[in-house]
Design a protein around this ligand. Structure first.
Ligand code: ATP
Ligand code: MG
Length: 420
């Protein structure tokens, strides 16, 4: 161990577990790439005001969890706590919405930062894969995103996840409900901070995890009873499309989520093996966000799935991912001359597309064979002076134990044929 450790609330991804993270990212992005979503990458930090406006001043994310700082040049920046605001900012900046091709469908993958109290499944640095479909209001688009996330989780072999679904209404019906809810909440026995929340973002009080608060919320007016006809019809259509696709979901009228900008469809993916950090992903429609950050009206929908918690979910379910050995061939030279010849062959094999590794450091046969085993390689190539004198190497099949001499100038072709 060095003098230093990973900062509090962070951890390193190291082999072999890091392979699971790559597999999870690939599993989530696969269905997106296959459905017309293009890859977008934005900076790890943005103008702090983008998040203040785009995520919402009253959210925990902005008010408590953001890594905000001032640069030497006096710019006020923040490490990105989430992806949607940045992606929309970038799409607007590049005028992607003006190319006459709506919706603009984008996917991303990266690191996010929140100053939270570290615990299992909750870190200060974590990673998400996300998707946004910008500029179109169509229940099929909301359904598409939920179906693709479901497909991603299933392709990983997860079964103990559930999809929670709700509608938050729109700018017609939500304000009416908001007021009714505020009137109800103001009469309850609540602490100062929660009373303040009633005035800024009352829907989030419904989300309060404390039992004494939940008990008082029993008779709260429900948004479902306030949805306008257009929102009701839209939500019905999303539900019908999901059902037709065979995607099982649960209606959860208390689901409001942490972000201010959600409208209509809102959903969360929870996993039952994760204890209190049970949300593996979430998202929804955010029809007002573009205007909130100075853009035109662009109704949009998206989600972000947490890679860290998805890996934890796999481990909780005991799912072993089928991660193929990265090395197909392992070369073991015996002696100086063999080292030069085999290193040359290793380079040739690699250039021919065969995943190959080499016993570095001039180790003895026993130690080198141990490394060959550990690498998971299907074949080893062993050569000493006598083999080279005959112009051959020994090619060993690690599964069957079979060994054959192969001429040096035929090796690449033989190995390629047998690893194809
Ligand atoms: P939570 O309710 O658990 O705080 P959230 O609503 O803040 O989650 P989102 O902003 O919707 O989460 O982010 C989407 C996903 O990103 C979450 O479902 C989760 O998997 C992951 N995520 C969010 N915050 C963290 C964190 N601090 N550490 C690890 N993963 C996180
Ligand atoms: Mg959170």
């Amino acid at each position: 161990m060095s003098t230093f450790q990973a900062p509090k609330g962070t951890y390193d991804l190291t082999p072999p577990r890091s392979a699971k993270f790559l597999a999870v990212r690939a599993a989530i992005s696969g269905p997106l790439k296959n459905s017309g979503y293009g890859y977008i990458e934005t900076p790890g930090f943005e103008d702090v005001a983008l998040f203040a406006r785009g995520v919402g001043e009253s959210t925990d994310i902005v008010s408590k969890e953001m890594y905000a700082f001032e640069t030497k040049g006096g710019d006020k920046l923040a490490l990105r706590p989430e992806g949607t605001a940045s992606v929309l900012r970038a799409a607007l900046e590049a005028n992607l919405h003006k190319a006459g091709n709506l919706p603009v469908k984008l996917w991303y993958s990266g690191s996010y930062y929140r100053y939270e109290r570290p615990q299992a499944g909750r870190y200060r640095h974590f990673s998400q894969v996300g998707a946004e479909a910008i500029g179109t209001e169509d229940p099929a688009l909301d359904a598409e995103l939920i179906i693709l996330a479901d497909q991603a989780y299933r392709s990983l072999g997860l079964t103990r996840f559930r999809i929670l679904l709700n509608s938050l209404g729109d700018k017609e019906c939500r304000p009416v409900y908001r007021e009714a809810l505020q009137t109800f909440l103001r009469d309850l026995d609540l602490d100062e901070e929660t009373r303040r929340r009633i005035e800024i973002n009352p829907l989030r009080v419904l989300d309060d995890k404390r039992a004494d608060v939940q008990k008082q919320l029993g008779g709260a007016p429900m948004l479902r009873d306030y949805l306008c006809d257009a929102c009701k019809a839209y939500h019905e259509e999303v539900r019908n499309l999901l059902t037709a696709a065979g995607v099982v979901y649960e209606d959860d009228e208390k689901l409001v989520r942490g972000l201010d900008y959600y409208t209509r469809t809102t959903f969360e993916f929870v996993h039952d093996g994760l204890g209190s950090q049970s949300a593996v992903g979430g998202g929804g429609r955010y029809d007002g966000l573009s205007e909130m950050i100075g853009g035109p009206a662009l109704p949009s929908v998206g989600w972000a799935l947490g890679v860290d918690r998805t890996v934890l979910a796999l481990e909780a379910e005991g799912v072993e991912l089928d991660i193929p050995a990265t090395t197909s061939v392992y070369a073991v030279p015996l002696g100086e001359e063999a080292r030069r010849v085999l290193f040359g062959l290793v380079t040739e094999l690699r250039r021919a597309g065969v995943a190959t590794d080499f016993a570095f450091g001039g180790r003895g046969l026993k130690g080198a064979m141990k490394s060959a085993n550990r690498s998971g390689a299907r074949f080893t190539i062993v050569a000493g002076e006598r083999d080279l004198a005959e112009g051959t190497v020994q090619l060993k099949d690690m599964e069957s134990g079979e060994q054959q001499a192969v001429a040096l100038d035929e090796l690449v072709a033989v190995v390629r044929a047998r690893t194809a």
